[in-house]
Design a protein around this ligand. Structure first.
Ligand SMILES: [Fe+2]
Length: 647
């Protein structure tokens, strides 16, 4: 793979016979290294076979990862030391070894940073690191250093894994107080959600600004399987009626029916439970934000009662348990559908197709490839460790690992590329109107980023495609599109025959690889790291009576402390690594020069500069919105959106 994008990209139809032959040879060679394959943990999902050598992460990425892992190991040790105070019989030797490991690697991370402190070129510490050619002079060289930090990272992961061997280190199997979960945050700040997750307003806010903001749909009528009567609705939403709310497009539903294929698993002999709830929300008359109205914890109204908010002592805990079943369902939907299937695995198919069918001289190859940096690697890691038997998904989530894997694979095949384009998706879910649903941070911020990307892609495409005939005459583009739909099995990805369609298609790819992934990835650290707020499994069967529940029963739905810590560690890690923000196009090869080299792209009046300026404007608009919002929504600030899926 070349060091940078070509200085003079060309469409195949515009090349002479010799260049066309060279393109064909290059593609033949590249295809040898990028073959289609499958992995057992993701049944039949098309991915790259093995891991091509050019897909390994950069030194920068490894150092960032190691630094996060050091933080996690220090927190882990602090949790163990706190337990040691309660129980002096806990084994101390392992803790001492891990302390030494964390200190040694922390010193090395600091040392790499120290080598660049003299650099005065500005930018963030990471951009300075990338710019600093002195690193090349280090004895190990960049590749050796990257390998060293990879080794460090794997040792840190192993230390975190070993450290969870003893249940006793973390208190009882099933904590009976929220404080137990909060004490898992020792060196890591306790997230704000730990103090407000029980509030109904927060529960509603998560639908429009939480980890999974893409399921909520407006309803014109309540489904027959959710028989909430008008009187009960009116008792919950003061001054409103069911008829008026429906007519005025103010009712929204979450339906987790698709989770019914999950087969409940177990952990350490304890049964786990998956739920398929239905939850109704309303925008009250003259209101802006959703409020929760009612929850049915399963799909069958004959056995599942409908819970509504209540402060009555005999009803309050039933309502809290019902909310918890929604949060467990949402945790599964988020991780297996919205995150893994609909961003990581969709982009993998597009990335493999790009390598196989767009020559390195192709302008779209240059546009797309930076948005795939790290994706095949992180997907390979996920497929071989995260979602395998005995891995974190198996332990933390409700389903047997086989049923979770199958459900994620089915979700990947069910994803419709065209229907999921942001404007189409918002319309299809009936949530595109700010008049009917004023408070929807994900929608409003995502549209700004979508428009900025659309503007960039439109100008970029116009540089190389004079008209629609240039699109239809592009044989590599035709083969690429056919492969994404064919071997890649991406539904809704048809032939591309106009510039407008090409712009929409590439906008969708760039948006999914950057903004959409950021929206679902980074709340893992800020929200999902606190297990009582959202987790992968329930530990009691769904409640079948509205009355007679209490706080102790509510707590018993939550995971054992050991699993809550594992959840914290995995999701803090996945949700903390921000590598190369959107609009930053750098080579993946040391010393990471600018990626684009065509003056038509990079000129002072060129589209790249305008894209970067547009992102700055989006940043300012979202910052201004956040200042007005009750709770800031940071995930779609362009500075917080990585260019690619790499974690
Ligand atoms: Fe991710």
């Amino acid at each position: 793979m070349p060091h940078q994008a070509p200085a003079s990209p060309s469409l195949p139809q515009n090349d002479g016979a010799i260049t066309r032959a060279e393109r064909a040879i290059q593609l033949d060679l590249t295809r040898l290294g990028y073959q289609w394959g499958t992995v057992g943990s993701l049944p039949q999902v098309p991915v790259v076979k093995g891991l091509p050598g050019a897909e390994t992460p950069t030194l920068t990425w490894w150092v960032m990862l190691a630094e996060i892992l050091v933080t996690l190991l220090k927190n882990h040790i602090a949790v163990q030391l706190a337990a040691l105070e309660r129980d002096p019989t806990i084994e101390k030797a392992e803790i001492a070894v891990n302390q030494a490991l964390a200190s040694a690697i922390a010193a090395e991370v600091a040392s790499v940073k120290a080598k660049i402190t003299h650099n005065t070129s500005g930018g963030t510490i990471w951009s300075r690191l990338e710019e600093d050619a002195e690193l090349a002079l280090l004895a190990l060289g960049e590749e050796g250093l990257a390998a060293r930090f990879e080794d460090h990272s794997r040792k840190l992961c192993a230390a975190l894994e070993l450290g969870t061997a003893n249940e006793a280190d973390f208190g009882s199997a099933f904590p009976r107080s929220l404080e137990t979960y909060r004490t898992l945050f020792q060196d890591i700040p306790t997230p704000a959600i730990a103090w407000c997750f029980q509030d109904d307003t927060e529960f509603a806010r998560l639908r429009v600004a939480g980890p999974n903001p893409v399921l909520l749909s407006r309803v014109d009528a309540l489904p027959a399987k959710f028989p909430l009567d008008a009187a009960r609705y009116a008792s919950v939403v003061a001054g409103d009626s069911l008829t008026a709310a429906l007519a005025e497009k103010r009712l929204y539903l979450l339906d987790y029916e698709a989770l019914s294929v999950l087969v409940p698993g177990s952990y350490d002999g304890q049964a786990k439970y998956a739920y398929c709830p239905i939850a109704l929300f309303a925008v009250p008359p003259h209101g802006a934000s959703l409020i929760p109205v009612a929850i049915q914890c399963g799909q069958d109204p004959d056995t599942n009662p409908i819970f509504t908010p209540s402060v009555r002592p005999d009803e309050q805990w039933g309502w809290d348990i019902a909310k918890l079943t929604v949060q467990v369902a949402d945790g599964n939907w988020h991780e297996l559908f919205a995150h893994l299937a609909h961003t990581h695995l969709v982009i993998e198919a597009v990335a493999v197709s790009t390598r196989r069918h767009l020559a390195e001289l192709h302008p779209l190859w240059a546009l797309l490839v930076p948005h795939f940096e790290g994706t095949m690697f992180i997907n390979y890691e996920a497929a071989t460790s995260l979602i395998t038997e005995g891995g974190p998904i198996d332990r933390i989530f409700a389903g047997t690992i086989a049923s979770s894997q199958q459900m994620a694979a089915d979700a990947r095949f069910g994803f419709d590329f065209t229907q999921r384009m942001l404007p189409n998706d918002l319309k299809a879910r009936g949530v595109d109107s700010a008049e009917h649903l004023p408070d929807y941070p994900y929608r409003d911020d995502a549209l700004l980023v979508w428009q900025a990307i659309h503007g960039w892609v439109k100008e970029y495409v116009a540089l190389y495609y004079a008209d629609d005939a240039a699109v239809t005459g592009d044989t590599e583009l035709a083969a690429w599109a056919a492969t994404i739909a064919g071997e890649g099995q991406v539904k809704g990805f048809g032939p591309i025959t106009t510039r407008a369609a090409l712009v929409d298609c590439c906008t969708m790819i760039l948006f999914t690889a950057s903004a959409q992934h950021a929206a679902v990835n980074f709340p893992q650290a800020t929200i999902m790291e606190f297990a009582p707020a959202v987790t992968g499994a329930g530990w009691q069967a769904e409640p079948l009576e509205r009355h007679g529940h209490d706080r102790q029963e509510w707590l018993s739905y939550m995971p054992p402390a050991k699993l809550a810590l594992k959840q914290l560690e995995v999701l803090y890690l996945l949700g903390s690594l921000h590598y190369r923000p959107l609009g930053t196009y750098l080579s993946r090869d040391f010393p990471y020069p600018a990626w684009f080299t065509d003056p038509a792209v990079t000129g002072s009046e060129g589209p790249l500069v305008r894209f970067q300026a547009a992102l700055t404007q989006v940043e300012q608009r979202i910052a201004a919105r956040n200042a007005e919002r009750r709770v800031a929504y940071p995930y779609l600030l362009p500075s917080q959106i990585p260019t690619s899926i790499n974690i």
